[in-house]
Write a protein that binds this ligand. Structure first.
Ligand SMILES: Cc1cc2nc3c(=O)[nH]c(=O)nc-3n(C[C@H](O)[C@H](O)[C@H](O)COP(=O)(O)OP(=O)(O)OC[C@H]3O[C@@H](n4cnc5c(N)ncnc54)[C@H](O)[C@@H]3O)c2cc1C
Length: 469
């Protein structure tokens, strides 16, 4: 028996263990550390029990256990959430690491994805058929959390938020019902799941629309000295203003890492650069990127024709699991001289080796959809601005957090008023969650009251007012 559980709850956990196909793991048992391993080392939470379902029936049983015992319930997809929302401290965590299958329906142009899949699982499967759905930039991120919070990546300008590619889900509700939701079935629930996070139930299957992408694209990274930063930001502004939907660039500013593709003399020096992905023909890409690639004296130009799946994992090594991470984000309606002045001013405080500010180009087809087409909203986002810090255990946490907060406070004045719910840290308030959903919040609360009136699903960016539970 574990110290954390009372006898009655412990007996209930034992009964669950005896009747499910998957695993039930308690602290100290084999597999527990792996099961609760998450990406951000700033988070310190230990569940009293982890359930690793193999089937939907296992999920129904685990939800029933939480409902009947009152244990706090959390859901772990890829474990990448920066606020550590995958884990419940002292409660029950459903860990989907045994449910990672992907089924590609080539004729139906759709892909069926289990909730433990990483982005890499899906990209690898779909790319075998030259297909892709809109997913994010780091392949180890979980599909479940990314999708339920909205999701964006290199394909967003072309196809929209990840939830714009979502066709259908299967979900276990707080009452233990297994429902399907789409634009035609339980449309209110489907609307809420398209951005409203883990507030409504446990998703056991996602069905995504797929598009013909790659398998080769023109993509990579190009960087210059920060001495050229003013001209590079002007270049970014010019090129993103006329970029076709097939082309996505993100600008980043940081100190140069000790990477083999950079001359040693540049290591540790401030640099500015673009991450690029162009899904058009190599000829189109060459023309669209000519101005970028001929600009100044680049420290490194790694843009090339390469596999889309390789581009999707190119940044993995820059975001290693187990470091301490602290981020802040805002959506921006556009760029102008004031934005760049505030952006470049942050170079002064850029002492930490891995701190950076990234401007992801969005826009494109996002606002072809109505603002209330899915809870995700933020259709006016033309850029996502993300201030990021990363350091190993024992590093200068306070200084890094202070730098992020200060840079974010400066850049926030350029915001649309919206921010990305999936980039919110553990210390962000309910007001920030409300800002993510803006005009869609009231409807989200109504759907929550219908499907989860007792707030069983509350280890998430909870959309009920503070103090509800
Ligand atoms: C290095 C890195 C890069 C990133 N890049 C991008 C990017 O390019 N684009 C982007 O859009 N986002 C990006 N993100 C943010 C990412 O979308 C969120 O961190 C997201 O929460 C990760 O999903 P996960 O499944 O790994 O999360 P987890 O930590 O496992 O879960 C997070 C939340 O999702 C809920 N959840 C998980 N599974 C389920 C389920 N089956 N049913 C119901 N609720 C569930 C949980 O309750 C929890 O609230 C990135 C994050 C990291 C760490």
């Amino acid at each position: 028996m574990t110290a954390e559980l009372g006898t009655a709850i412990d007996d209930a956990v034992d009964r669950l263990a005896s009747r499910i196909d998957g695993n039930v793991i308690r602290p100290g048992e084999a597999g527990f550390s792996d099961a609760i391993g998450i990406w951000n080392a700033m988070i310190d939470k230990t569940p009293a029990v982890v359930v690793q379902p193999e089937t939907v029936a296992d999920v129904v049983a685990a939800v029933g256990l939480a409902r009947e015992t009152g244990m706090e319930l959390s859901i772990k997809g890829g474990g990448h959430n920066i606020a550590g929302l995958a884990l419940s401290d002292g409660g029950l965590t459903i860990d989907f690491s045994l449910m990672r299958r992907v089924g590609v329906d080539v004729t139906g142009a759709k892909t069926i994805v289990q909730p433990g899949c990483t982005l890499g699982d899906v990209d690898r499967a779909t790319q075998q058929h030259g297909l892709a759905t809109t997913l994010g930039f780091v392949s180890e991120t979980g599909v479940a959390g990314l999708t339920l919070g909205g999701g964006f990546g290199y394909l967003t300008r072309q196809f929209g938020w990840t939830v714009d590619d979502l066709l259908e889900v299967e979900l276990v509700t707080a009452a233990g019902q297994v429902l399907r939701a789409s634009r035609d079935q339980n449309p209110d629930l489907f609307w809420a799941l398209r951005g409203g996070g883990g507030n409504f139930g446990v998703v056991t299957e996602f069905v995504f629309r797929t598009h013909e992408v790659g398998p080769e694209v023109t993509a990579g990274l190009i960087v210059w000295s920060a001495d050229d930063a003013q001209a590079v930001t002007d270049l970014f502004h010019r090129v993103t203003s006329k970029a076709p939907l097939e082309m996505t660039m993100a600008m980043l500013m940081r100190n140069a890492p000790p990477a083999p593709w950079l001359g040693e003399e540049h290591h540790g020096q401030p640099m500015i650069g673009f991450v690029v992905c162009h899904t058009g023909t190599p000829e189109q890409a060459e023309a669209d990127l000519a101005e970028v690639r001929s600009h100044g004296e680049a420290w490194a130009d790694l843009i090339q024709v390469k596999e889309y799946a390789a581009q999707q994992s190119m940044l993995d090594a820059t975001q290693p699991k187990g470091m301490n991470f602290y981020w802040k984000s805002e959506f921006l309606p556009g760029l102008n001289e004031e934005v760049f002045a505030d952006y470049l001013a942050q170079f002064d405080g850029l002492e930490a080796p891995a701190n950076q500010i990234v401007l992801f180009h969005l826009g494109g087809v996002l606002d072809d959809y109505a603002e209330d087409d899915g809870a995700v909203g933020n259709r006016d986002a033309v850029f996502a601005c993300v201030v990021q810090s990363m350091w190993p255990d024992g590093g200068p946490a306070d200084a890094n957090v202070a730098w992020v907060r200060s840079a974010w406070q400066t850049l926030k004045r350029h915001s649309t008023g919206g921010n990305y719910v999936n980039f919110q840290t553990a210390d962000e308030s309910d007001d920030r969650t409300a800002e993510s959903y803006r005009g869609n919040l009231a409807r989200l609360v109504e759907v929550k009251a219908k499907y989860d009136p007792d707030n069983l699903f509350r280890v998430n960016r909870n959309i009920l007012p503070a103090g509800y539970n």
